[in-house]
Design a protein around this ligand. Sequence first.
Ligand code: EPU
Length: 420
Amino acid sequence: MKFEIFGGKTFSGEIEVSGSKNNTLKILSASLLFKNPVVIENVPQIEDVFRMNELLKDLGVNIFYKNKNTLVLDSRKVKNFKLSFDTAKKLRASIALAGPLLGRFNQVVFPYPGGCVIGKRPIDIFLSAWKKMGANVSEKNDVFCLKAKKIKGTNIVFRLPSVTATESVIMTAVLGYGKTIIWNPAREPEVLALIDFLNASGAKIFGAGTSKIEIIGRNGKLLESKKPFKIIPDRIEAGSFLILGSALANYLKIKNCNPEHLMSVIGVLKDAGVQVKIGKNFLEVQKPKKLLACNIKTSEYPGFPTDLQAPFVVLMTQAYGQSMIFETIYDGRLNYIEDINRMGAKIIMCDPHRIIINGPTKLRGREIESPDLRAGLAFVLAGLIARGKSLIYNIYQIDRGYEKIEEKLQKLGLNIKRVE
Ligand code: EPU
């Protein structure tokens, strides 16, 4: 499968944002902590969610779709604490299942989580926290076995505020004994949403969004779901649409989003001369007469998200002046630059974390292959800006995180098609 795009066209219209991928993956994992079925609404239909469902089913979770975006998960019969290796190895987020399994069964077996080119990243922060909580960790051929007599509360200091490590330690600690404190936790909206979900179900977690989170363990007592949980809007999808609108829209309304989650992105776009109107749960954007170059440095929330770095780079190829982009979260997340240059951009790689973009440049359609999810979306954007035909390969990467993206873009009148 590939996307065929004929670009160079402006548009007007409205677009809807789906539920957040990264919130969904963690809420699905948290369903393992419950003594009754959990109902989750606004679940996006994306490949990463399907893979996570496969992993949960393999563990023994009973899952069914009430309607296309509402899932019911019943983990009462789960006895298995060993993740299916083949699927888990291919999905970085599979590690999010290890925390709740360890909390519930005092043991877990999982392979080193992988995924796309940036998926295989370190898990030292998780392992060191779980050791402090009483787990014995052994590893052989990239398979980890963790076993604890019981999970005990402790003081954990993160060397950096890892999102999934914060969520994982919370999910382990919530069923443990005593109080766990995490210093320097992540503050991303998805972490806060997970904490809201757990607290609404009987957990006692304090300090969400601050530099210190406290979790009072429930001494092995499972949580009880009292009402359906609605997944928060996907801020990265909304931000991608905001960037698309800044490049090509005479008018674009982005519906079902939370503008508060995107303030750093909106701030930068305004510096670039883009007009953005902020509503309660919508955004309106239009491309400026003259787009101006801007420098960004990606950072943890509430800074500029790394997951929007690639689409923003493509936007800056259309801006007047020189922009410097500094990627601070990941190694290897600027590897897609060569392909954008092949389309006509003038981007200089200064070092593996910094690039300089000289703009504006005319982009031409090309055949390119998505290296990862976010660069894949950036290639779609580049294809829509470029004159002529682009073919984007490896679109599984894009389907991992964007729900039926071509259908959403077609509704705006854009020329994009999924072809065999
Ligand atoms: N890191 C370590 N050791 C660890 C954990 C992380 O060195 O034990 C490093 C990573 O290598 C990375 C940095 O810390 O350089 C930040 O990683 P973090 O753990 O915060 O990321 P994550 O939890 O694995 C989530 C999102 C990512 C998003 C990042 C940063 C999920 C499933 N994924 O990943 O989303 O980029 O936070 O905001 O929640 C995406 O959706 O495309 C995506 C990659």
